[in-house]
Design a protein around this ligand. Structure first.
Ligand code: FES
Ligand SMILES: [Fe+2]
Length: 437
């Protein structure tokens, strides 16, 4: 479908609609891998996954299997998971502690945790060959650029481009607000995640994250069931656990969702703010807020707790919910296969009840087996099936098109259900694919 050049891009991506082939075409997927996932800053992991020297975890970044590891000097390195000898993958496990070196399972070449080659067994066999002791060619390759922001480690597989801080721009509030919500100002990741493969294009997941038009429909039955339980408990004069509220909020009617607001930044990042119920007044929350005031003072605590952002999308591969300590990383595998990782965090210094709440949200809403995420997955699969068919050529992003406020490239939607976030993502998509980013 796509050959090259901006004519093709202009034909496939219009301001208010995109051609279905951008989701299904193999050549377009290849070009996305080259121009987006080989260039952009992509999330690798959180520094708290590797607290001690030798701790490592692996991640797929673009198409590259990488290792994030803590070296003896305290630095975190991001290395290709590929032995310099005959190419064997070094770490087959998703995490662990390797000690002082990575040893290859094939012929036992040993590498220090900064990637330098430490030793080769029977080193006497290489005289007169091109393999010279100490040659850097035989180190583990490092990701071209690695940087972190408040403990979140990113890599770019290309040596040029905007710095991480420039790339994140205003959307870095995702990390600032999540970290600031910890009385100690720091997060601890829970080192296991849900990892599953969606049978749909990666962009369908990204578009859904800030889609305020769908919850009232898609999650109606889950929300209704939760409300029913809340009513029954209230009739018995019992306080329903707060977790039910996270489910029942989904059947907030359309016009309430429409009161939310999306803010859409350069590079395709966007956020959804004004969400209902992110700051409940139950005893656990009030106890936590008291701890926050002790640490930050009344004004400081209010500045942090008053941030009412439900989702921040860091394009192309991250969805963060700072108030609920959730993070989802999107790792495309094929036009119709998307690996998603779902993580959650503990706020250092916060009462245990606040962690239990993050865990409950993780299990009840974001896990692939919940009544909420499973509904979304069904939609994603249905969308991909429909888009792969000849039943139509275009995907509509007309809602509120031309009705949002654009100030210096930052687009603020007047309605929560505007399709501005989808249009904004495709604005960035087109720039990446045409080499402008
Ligand atoms: S492939 Fe790694 S030591 Fe041979
Ligand atoms: Fe949903």
């Amino acid at each position: 479908m796509m050959r090259n050049g901006s004519d093709d891009l202009a034909r496939l991506v219009e301001f208010d609609r995109v051609h279905r082939s951008v989701y299904t075409d193999d050549a377009i997927f290849e070009r996305e891998m080259e121009t987006i996932f080989q260039r952009a800053w992509l999330y690798v992991g959180h520094q708290s996954q590797v607290p001690k020297p030798g701790d490592y975890c692996t991640a797929l970044v673009g198409r590259q299997p990488l290792i994030m590891v803590r070296h003896s000097d305290g630095e975190v390195y991001v290395l290709y998971n590929r032995c310099a000898h005959r190419g064997a993958m070094l770490c087959a496990n998703s995490r662990g502690n390797t000690g002082a070196t990575f040893g290859c399972s094939y012929h036992s070449w040993q590498y220090r945790t900064d990637g330098t080659l430490e030793s080769i067994p029977l080193p006497g066999g290489y005289e007169g060959t091109r393999l010279k002791p100490g040659a850097t060619d035989y180190n583990l390759r490092r990701a071209a650029r690695v940087d972190s922001y408040r403990g979140f480690v990113f890599a770019s597989l290309t040596s040029s481009g905007p710095s991480l801080i420039e790339f994140l721009g205003e959307a870095r509030i995702a990390f600032d607000n999540m970290c600031d919500r910890a009385p100690a100002g720091e997060l601890q990741i829970v080192p296991t995640c849900f990892r599953f493969i969606q049978h749909s294009n990666w962009k369908i997941f990204m578009e859904n994250q800030l889609d305020a038009l769908h919850p009232y429909v898609t999650h109606e039955s889950s929300g209704r069931a939760a409300i029913e339980v809340e009513r029954q408990l209230a009739a018995r004069k019992q306080q329903p656990p707060l977790e039910y509220h996270y489910l029942s909020a989904f059947i907030t009617p359309f016009h309430e969702w429409d009161k939310l607001q999306t803010v859409n930044y350069p590079h395709g990042h966007c956020l959804l703010q004004g969400y209902m119920g992110l700051r409940p007044q139950d005893p656990d929350t009030l106890a936590y807020e008291a701890v926050m005031r002790e640490h930050y003072g009344a004004e400081g605590a209010e500045r942090i707790l008053g941030v009412n952002i439900h989702h921040v999308l860091l394009y192309p591969g991250l969805s963060v919910q700072p108030a609920l300590q959730q993070l989802r990383a999107v790792r495309p595998l094929a036009p119709d296969r998307t690996l998603t990782e779902i993580w959650h965090f503990r706020l250092k210094g916060a009462p245990e009840a606040i962690y239990r709440r993050a865990l409950a949200y993780y299990n009840l809403i974001n896990s692939p087996s919940t009544m909420v995420n499973a509904d979304d997955l069904e939609n994603f699969w249905r969308c991909h099936q429909g888009l792969a068919s000849d039943g139509g050529d275009w995907v509509s992003f007309h809602r509120s098109a031309g009705q949002d406020d654009d100030r210096d490239g930052v687009i603020t939607s007047r309605r929560g259900t505007s399709e501005a976030p989808m249009r904004n993502q495709f604005r960035a998509w087109k720039q990446y694919l045409s080499g402008e980013q």
